[in-house]
Design a binder for this molecule. Structure first.
Ligand code: C5P
Length: 215
């Protein structure tokens, strides 16, 4: 990447899953390795941007030169993102955020019941981080991701409109989790365009170039 397409730009990225505790040793989470988000963070930094990566639990190394902030829950990810969002040029929401958290999480490990009784979990909704950033006055250029298992072309454009964002990136198929390769469709005002199957780092560079020419 020899052309610094994002020189002097500030880019905020969420990546990985969130983890919502049930008790101190248990929780619920989403399937996400973080690879796509980390690849975008690396590509944005290579393109000259100052990159802040807000990451749920992953097994990945921090890309060179990227400022990484670790979080566990969706609420924590929301709070960190909102405290860093103003002044950003671009926000890319790649994280697989848990839609719900456990409302009655236990401070102590829940004991197994001898009579076979099971704990009853109650859920409450987590904040939509992308929607919160997209609603900010003077918001950054917002990019969302969608992992739809069917009818991506219709659902992708629907989601872009519903979220009120200029660019939505669809993962084609749902076999991408943890893999090194992916295939993307970009939805914007002009329609949709495909980025054919390639290594996630190659796709991340292409996506960064697409973002750079839109801002
Ligand atoms: O509506 P859906 O969850 O499919 O939208 C996915 C997009 O919204 C992704 O970009 C994801 O990072 C973002 N999102 C978010 N906060 C949530 C749920 C999703 O930022 N609570």
């Amino acid at each position: 990447f020899h052309v610094k397409l994002l020189a002097g730009r500030q880019v905020l990225i969420t990546a990985g899953p969130t983890f919502e505790p049930i008790d101190p040793v248990r929780g619920i989470t989403n399937l996400s390795s973080g690879k796509m988000g980390y690849a975008i963070a690396r590509a944005a930094r290579e393109a000259g941007a100052e990159v802040t990566l807000v990451s749920g639990p992953t097994a990945l190394a921090t890309p060179y030169g990227v400022h990484r902030i670790n979080v566990q829950t969706a609420q924590q990810m929301h709070d960190v993102v909102m405290s860093h969002a103003s002044g950003q040029d671009v926000f890319v929401a790649v994280a697989a955020v848990a839609d719900w958290r456990v409302a009655n999480a236990s401070a102590q490990k829940i004991k197994k019941n001898a009579d076979g009784g099971v704990p009853q979990l109650a859920f409450e909704q987590n904040p939509d981080i992308l929607a919160a950033v997209a609603a900010m006055p003077g918001r950054p250029y917002c990019v969302g991701f969608a992992a739809e298992s069917e009818e991506l072309l219709r659902h992708g454009e629907e989601k872009r409109r519903k979220k009120g964002i200029p660019l939505l990136v669809g993962n084609i198929g749902h076999q991408t989790f943890g893999r090194d390769e992916n295939e993307l469709v970009l939805f914007d005002d002009a329609g949709h365009a495909q980025l054919p199957r390639a290594d996630k780092q190659v796709l991340a560079r292409q996506l960064v170039a697409e973002i750079a020419r839109r801002i």
